[in-house]
Ligand binder design. Structure first.
Ligand SMILES: O=C(O)c1cc(=O)[nH]c(=O)n1[C@@H]1O[C@H](COP(=O)(O)O)[C@@H](O)[C@H]1O
Length: 237
């Protein structure tokens, strides 16, 4: 897989989704289908986007008992998506079950989707971790430990802030896949994101992929913003 800029299609209607994608002409994109779109449009949206030639990160962040996650992954594997995810907080048995479910569900002759685990959401900070979630260790240590658990479960990578990419690569090796949301240009509103990084900084920190939602999807000229952020991410700006 290249180092893609994944566009988060967090959009609340089929019409708006089609309007947005029309801005990109025939360009083949890496699209993230998350809960909002999937719960609204179901499996059909994935099939439509695949047929149009796009790559898909199906971001449903599974987090349940191992048996349930395994069986859910078996079902998602039939969709022929490129990347799927779970919450690392579900533990090693759950992550292993997710991988096994994917392996069982992947049709013969097809490559199974890349499986990654969310370490700590980019909307989380150290204070929230300590005071609300009652996790006593420093945030970076928690992210490192969760990434190691993911690697030990035989899955290929994590979702993390680009701020944590160097420590994850140190712990899990340089090829461990790091998908980084919480990406903003200097001028963009942070919204609910806390551990934010610019596309250029994510590139310099060695992220494998970045995820960009609202900076592109709510822009007046989404394609221009996409090009600008992509150039920065590819080290061209
Ligand atoms: O798993 C994710 O994709 C994810 C993990 C995380 O820690 N933080 C995070 O923002 N995301 C997703 O990445 C996207 C970020 O969107 P924007 O904040 O609009 O750029 C959203 O679709 C989130 O669901």
């Amino acid at each position: 897989m290249q180092r893609p800029l994944m566009i988060a299609l967090d959009i609340d209607s089929k019409e708006k989704r089609r309007q947005l994608l029309a801005e990109f002409d025939d360009e083949r994109l890496f699209l993230k289908v998350g809960m909002e779109l999937f719960y609204r449009e179901g499996r059909a949206v994935v099939e439509e986007l695949k047929q149009a030639g796009h790559q898909i990160f199906l971001d449903l962040k599974l987090h349940d008992i191992p048996n349930t996650v395994s069986r859910a992954m078996r079902s998602l594997a039939e969709l022929d998506v490129d990347v799927v995810n779970v919450h690392a907080a579900g533990g090693k048995k759950m992550m292993t079950a997710a991988r096994e479910g994917l392996e069982q569900g992947t049709p013969a002759g097809k490559q199974r989707p890349l499986l990654i685990a969310v370490t700590q959401l980019t909307s989380t900070n150290a204070e929230m971790l300590a005071k609300e979630l009652l996790i006593g260790e420093p945030l970076q240590d928690v992210v490192r430990a969760y990434a190691k658990s993911a690697a030990e479960s035989g899955i290929e990578g994590v979702v993390c802030s680009a701020q944590e990419v160097p420590l994850i690569h140190e712990a899990c090796g340089p090829d461990f896949y790091t998908v980084c949301p919480g990406i903003r240009r200097q001028e963009d509103a942070a919204g609910d994101q806390i551990r934010i990084v610019t596309p250029g900084e994510a590139y310099r920190l060695g992220s494998s992929a970045i995820v960009v939602g609202r900076s592109i999807t709510t822009a007046e000229r989404p394609y221009e913003v996409y090009q600008e952020m992509k150039n920065e991410w590819e080290g061209k700006a």
